[in-house]
Design a protein around this ligand. Structure first.
Ligand SMILES: Cc1ncc(COP(=O)(O)O)c(C=O)c1O
Length: 443
């Protein structure tokens, strides 16, 4: 290519959007799995005020005590600014790590502050754990469906994901055993089981307590590590908590926690509690990624935990989300056409909807947005193109009134889709997609 040629006119280049990128031939092979989530492409439209977005996973922060938080932040800078604005250790602020231990004790975990590494959200924890354990072609077992941001990390390290089906009680132990046996039979190296046991994103289900020991035992038998991702564990609508997998097998579980759903997602503070032997490598991985997590944000969280009624705040969040969950479930009951089914979460942010055969939720999305409602289509939550009959609806952010209106609109779109289907058969065919990277709007 000569300097005067615009990049889109490169000789021999394929027609298509990527030709606009003059760096196409330079990217590492692992970037091939990096694609933007479909809702991100629609985001400009979906975020218009007239569109009810049931797509995003944004926590509803309106209930936070903003006045006292802003006073607290001002005090923090005034009293401790030279520390708060300085680099810190890659390990994280010691006082915060001790407080994190108290929080984890609520789900039965006895962790030592030395074994905690503070991260920039649990998303960074996912990235680090995958970086530490996965070579290209290694297998990660994950629930089907699974968290889109985790699938993005697995794709970035060229790990292969094998999904294991869930039922209303979460991951099914027999399915896990079978998946591991098959993977071994085919000579695959399975590195870890990635699981979201509580109030699953996107499925909304919780792993039954009776299944937990069995799942840990199966992983032990097959010499597979467990990565437990638990950002929603304290958001059970009846105040219920479940024993963490980590509490039952500390030496074989890496635990990921976060303040994003129980305090403030924008602070980007999460953590990893690793088996002691893994801790040192994690600190090195964290150091190479960020040098250290933001000191100011960690101190904000630490002071908040020290000075605010944070348990009361979580209760307020829970009540808020329960009201929204109720609004969504009753609207689904009232409006959704026959043949649709959905999960009934008792905590967290999400309902997972299955639509009748022949309806393709990804193909339907632009039509839904035109009808002023958005959702996250199911394919983004699978690494292998499944999920075209599913969608995730989030009730965390819109008001109950908007949720009801959004579901009513969605039902209208589904009705017309099904009408078309009855007349012409399947509405559209769809290309199988790979794993997608979430934006903050879809996470
Ligand atoms: C299951 C799960 N894991 C991890 C994350 C990332 O959270 P964080 O904001 O702590 O990075 C999310 C965010 O939605 C999530 O749902």
């Amino acid at each position: 290519m000569t300097a005067s040629q615009p990049p889109e006119h490169r000789p021999g280049s394929e027609p298509g959007r990527n030709n606009l990128d003059p760096h196409l031939d330079r990217y590492a092979a692992r970037t091939a799995g990096m694609t933007a989530s479909e809702i991100r492409a629609l985001f400009a439209v979906a975020s218009r005020p007239e569109v009810v977005s049931l797509a995003g996973g944004m926590p509803n922060l309106a209930a936070l005590p903003l006045d006292s938080l802003s006073n607290q932040m001002a005090e923090l800078i005034a009293e401790d600014g030279l520390t708060a604005l300085q680099y810190g250790s890659a390990h994280g602020v010691p006082a915060l790590r001790e407080q994190i231990c108290e929080i984890m004790a609520m789900e039965g975990i006895t962790g030592h502050p030395d074994d905690i590494v503070v991260t920039v959200g649990s998303q960074m924890g996912l990235d680090m754990v995958t970086r530490l354990f996965c070579d290209p072609g290694d297998v990660v077992i994950a629930e089907g469906p699974s968290y889109v941001g985790a699938l993005g990390s697995f794709a970035a390290y060229q790990a292969q994901v094998i999904h294991v089906a869930m039922d209303d009680d979460g991951l099914v132990p027999e399915n896990l055993r079978e998946a591991l046996t098959q993977a071994e039979k085919h000579g695959k190296r399975v590195k870890f089981l990635y699981t979201i046991p509580n109030f699953h994103n996107p499925a909304g289900v919780t792993l039954a307590v009776e299944r937990r020991a069995e799942i840990l035992e199966i992983c032990r038998q097959h010499d597979v590590l467990v990565v437990e991702d638990n950002p929603y564990g304290l958001l059970g609508f009846n105040g219920q908590t479940y024993p963490a997998l980590r509490s039952m097998d500390p030496d074989n579980v890496v635990y990921l926690g976060s303040f994003s759903k129980t305090f403030a997602s924008g602070l980007r503070v999460g953590w990893v509690l690793a088996p002691h032997a893994v801790r040192e490598k994690l600190v090195l991985a964290a150091e190479s990624a960020t040098l250290c997590p933001p000191t100011l944000n960690q101190l904000v969280v630490s002071r908040y935990l020290e000075t605010h009624d944070w348990k009361g705040q979580i209760k307020t969040f829970r009540e808020n989300y329960r009201e929204r969950r109720d609004a969504m479930l009753s609207a689904l009951e009232q409006h959704l056409p026959e043949g649709c089914t959905w999960t009934r979460p008792d905590g967290g942010f999400y309902v997972w909807v299955t639509v009748p055969e022949g309806v393709d939720t990804k193909a339907m999305l632009p039509r839904a947005v035109t009808a002023r409602v958005a959702y996250a289509s199911g394919t983004g939550f699978y690494a292998d193109g499944f999920g075209s009959r599913q969608m995730r609806l989030s009730y965390c952010y819109p008001t109950p009134e908007r949720i009801r209106e959004g579901v009513r609109r969605l039902a209208g779109v589904l009705e017309s889709e099904m009408d078309l289907m009855r007349t012409f058969g399947s509405v559209t065919t769809r290309a199988v997609s790979g794993p997608e990277f979430p934006g903050p709007d879809t996470a």
